[in-house]
Write a protein that binds this ligand. Structure first.
Ligand SMILES: N[C@@H](CCC(=O)N[C@@H](CS)C(=O)NCC(=O)O)C(=O)O
Length: 334
């Protein structure tokens, strides 16, 4: 685990402030748009084209996982190829070590993901994270913020794919934004804030907030099929990638052990409905997930032993049909 300082790799654990884990803001924030016009941030010049962009992911990472799900649901697999990094993230950060689960770097056969960052900016300073969306044409990182990559995937390529599924429909945006705003700090990042805390107080604060939010979500999902109501949206996908890892990793490794997801009936049924959604199960890889966390975080688990449990079966029938649902919203023209 480390970071780039003026283009040079340094092996270094996360910095914390008063024992609280601080996640660095993603630094590359350009947008692919249908016609190459500028998006909400960054430069213009990234038009949607088949084969032009490449996605770097870890199958272990909940943030990268979101982008893989959107790629699948939006039919982008033939347009955007993927390189998967190794599940081990040790002194060289993310690598393309094929002996530990990487596909290799399909573009340039790089050894380390940090080389992709310095190919973008030779004197880059900052953490080297997945996901990364890379532009082969301009040899630049388009964006390394998953929340934005999924927004691009949701709509920018629709003219090429004809796929009008809309996971961020106009009329639900306000609700989705409000959900994301509370779920990100309390749950998505909350498990990390618990797991990477270096003081008891920081851990307990993250832990309490996390379980208060899970309790709230459990109640919400008792009355709604999906987080924003009758339609499955990006808010569900963003929560899913954390919840699917919870009992296998966060409960033990990150000490988020007040309750398991299996102890929450609505959350666990909602989780199984999403897992069983066509295309989603194929994006979930528990070998990468468990081997990454338990094997890479030596400050938390120095001997790298990976637990054999829990035994989980997400294909068991769910009961969500008792609530009315319409699936994913379809925009005009689909
Ligand atoms: N804001 C980013 C966060 C991505 C992120 O932190 N990814 C983790 C993997 S789960 C990572 O690459 N960490 C490496 C590091 O921080 O050095 C996003 O959502 O895309």
């Amino acid at each position: 685990m480390g970071l780039l300082v003026e283009g040079r790799w340094q092996d270094q654990w996360y910095e914390s402030k008063d024992g609280t884990f601080q996640r660095e803001q993603a630094q590359r924030r350009h947008w692919v748009t249908a016609d190459g016009s500028a998006g909400p941030s960054g430069d213009s010049g990234f038009a949607a084209e088949a084969g032009r962009y490449h996605l770097y992911v870890s199958l272990a990472c909940p943030w990268a996982h979101r982008t893989l799900i959107l790629r699948k649901l939006k039919g982008l697999e033939d347009l955007i190829d993927v390189s998967v990094v190794s599940y081990l993230m040790l002194e060289n950060g993310w690598t393309f070590d094929k002996a530990h689960g990487s596909t290799g770097d399909k573009l340039d056969n790089l050894s380390f993901l940090h080389q992709r960052y310095t190919a973008d900016t030779p004197d880059y300073t900052g953490r080297v994270t997945v996901p990364v969306l890379w532009d082969k044409r301009q040899q630049r990182i388009v964006n390394n913020e998953s929340a934005e990559i999924i927004r691009m995937f949701n709509s920018a390529f629709d003219g090429l794919t004809g796929n009008g599924l809309d996971l961020y429909p106009e009329h639900l945006r306000r609700d989705i934004d409000a959900l994301n705003e509370r779920i990100y700090p309390a749950v998505n990042n909350g498990v990390y804030r618990a797991g990477f805390a270096t003081t008891q107080a920081a851990y307990e604060e993250a832990f309490d907030r996390l379980f208060a939010e899970l309790d709230w979500l459990e109640t919400l999902l008792g009355t709604r099929r999906y987080l924003a109501g009758e339609y499955l949206t990006e808010a569900d996908i963003r929560l899913f990638t954390t919840i699917i890892r919870f009992d296998a990793v966060y409960f033990g490794h990150f000490k988020c052990n007040l309750r398991r997801i299996a102890d929450y009936p609505n959350l666990s049924n909602w989780l199984r409905e999403l897992y069983q959604w066509p295309g989603i199960a194929e994006t979930v890889d528990f070998t990468h997930i468990q081997d990454h966390y338990y094997g890479s975080h030596k400050t938390i688990n120095p001997n790298g032993i990976v637990p054999k449990g829990p035994k989980q079966d997400f294909m068991v029938a769910h009961d969500r049909g008792r609530l009315s649902g319409e699936g994913i919203w379809r925009g005009a023209g689909d």
